[in-house]
Design a binder for this molecule. Sequence first.
Ligand SMILES: Cc1cc2nc3c(=O)[nH]c(=O)nc-3n(C[C@H](O)[C@H](O)[C@H](O)COP(=O)(O)O)c2cc1C
Length: 684
Amino acid sequence: MKLEYLAKTGKIGNVVTRNRMMMPAMCSYTAIKGAVTDATVNHYARRAEGGVGVIVTEMVNPSPGCQCFAGNLDISNDEFVPGMSRLATAVHAQGAKVFMQLTHGGVFIRNAEKLPQTPSGIGTFSLAGAEVHAMTKDEIHQVVEDYGQAALRAKIAGFDGVELHAGHGYLLVEFLSGYYNHRTDEYGGSVKNRARLSVEIVEAIHKYCGKNFPIIYKIASEDYTPGGITLDQSIQICKIMEDAGVDAIVVSGGTLESRFHDYMDVMNGDQKIDGKMELTKGISTATWIPSTYCPRGIYTDNAAAIKKAVSIPVATVCGVRPEKGNEMIEKGEADFLALGRQILADPDCPNKIMEGRQDEIRQCLRCNECIASAGKGVALKCAINPCMGHDYMEHTTIHKAEETKRIAVIGSGPAGLVAAITAAKKGHQVILFEKADRLGGLMYYVGKPEFKIDYQKYLDYLLHMLEKSSVEVRMNTEFTVDTAKEEKFDKIIAATGSETLVPRLEGVENALNPLDILDGKIPEAKNFIVCGAGLVGCEVSMHLAELGKDVTMIDIVPDAHAAHMYAVDWSINAKLAQDGVRVELGEKILKIEKNAVVCQPRQEKMPHDPRILQTPVDLSGPYAEETVTFTGDAVICALGMKAVNTMAYELKDAGYPVEIIGDAYGARKIIDAVHEGFHAGRRA
Ligand SMILES: Cc1cc2nc3c(=O)[nH]c(=O)nc-3n(C[C@H](O)[C@H](O)[C@H](O)COP(=O)(O)O)c2cc1C
């Protein structure tokens, strides 16, 4: 089905777009010292090639020294114009329009040149204890001037317009939000005063660029802080901005401190979880980039409410599925659909929508590997799109093979499926061996809980692409050394996956396998104990809790699933709390009994650290002499996964050309499986 409303042309000011799909601003971390690189140009050109109507660039810094992170783009002086003009030209060459997002970092500034800048000296938990600067009026006036000049540079570079970022914790939203803005001058107090900085910036852009250079305004429609922005206020702000001459609005939500204090109180046990806190809708950064564990489309109602109040176009953003965006445009609740991570995951998604090929869309998992890499300050990565950030480069290009080879791929998990599909694209003869009677490997289990529907959809996509490919699939067929002997293969890709680890633990035979639980083999019982607070333990616990079971999750670590990245871990913790899972951390598991788990508790509990970023955790104790016994009706052991690779190494030792990829190499994450699968197939 063609989503006809998304396919209609759109208009922002005097700029006509080929459809109603927008790529919202997303940092690509491809800049070097603020300047556009080849990787930046390729990144945007590739997205434009995929058919999107209008691209808003990642945040670009308008004021000297006010960028947030290394890797951000800059336009605070003329030397950045040539690079920017390459970017604009490349996007136009592919038929899309391009707006430059201008973002003064505000309290987000993390560089040596300047202290974080704020309206009133209110800092942020993410820079706990750091000195922040309360801006003087002269400094505010300078920022206004900087924005005007930056917009002029964007215009000279060939951009179609600019976007002002007034959400997510940067300078403009800090002025808008009563949480950060305590000023008593004309920039603080009433909504009108708090919007004054934004209005003056619009006036400065008009002064430098004229009124025919369109301006988009991206707003945090609510910021979930004490004294912060409410929907009523953001409606007022949007009307003020429309009167000031803004041409379109993008409706997002959240700032750095959103729901953060409630979250910490719940995590540290000072406060009981209360549904009204809505912690599962995102905390801090996760309010504008929510993960799989959060609902989709959390700002669609706000977009519809703002759309009612203004007469300029409104874009809806944040986990909005194309069907929903299409429906909103049809109903007059929005004019544009912004597809962020989805366009990172599949740049061709707009073209596929235009052509009614939705079943070929590689749907974003919202796993937030993208924002996790950004958080580490490394080039952006996408779990399911290995080319992202490396578009049009030799090491991500699939060339047709000069000679057709016979390739065996063993295992049909994500690594094997991606390897097989990619090798077949090159023109090779590919045979996929699967010993089970179904395809998908571990992905079969991963997508089972309702909250992991994004993963189920990704598996459906892979299976659809497999069906369309020339890959020969042999189900119920175990690949052995004899298979390699009997059939001649030029390359064997071993993607044999992983299985549940059974640790050397007294009584472990009493425990159930978490994969069986995910597969619906759940005993008639009420109270479950889950050993392990890694990702599998967390998800099995949530799944059981959602089925109405009482669940206690136990682990030695101080935080549940603390190895990923904060914006995802917060959502996991919030969901565990909301689902009523009892989380017992700092417990060394000594013994598993049929209906109980015996533990040795850490003498001093470690407090929840919201900023944990793969920091090594000291588990050496001390632990109490006295043990604690947790009782229940059934025990599940989710203490890790183990690579399945004995046969693969046997083949290798026997001299066959074998490449071992994905979990078979070492049990890790889906990003590793997909990337290794892609490259093994590409090099075949
Ligand atoms: C890696 C990454 C970087 C982002 N950088 C920006 C940014 O520079 N400016 C901005 O306004 N929003 C930024 N965002 C937020 C997106 O524009 C968008 O609002 C958010 O991803 C939700 O939309 P989605 O669910 O369609 O991805 C970023 C998001 C991601 C994933």
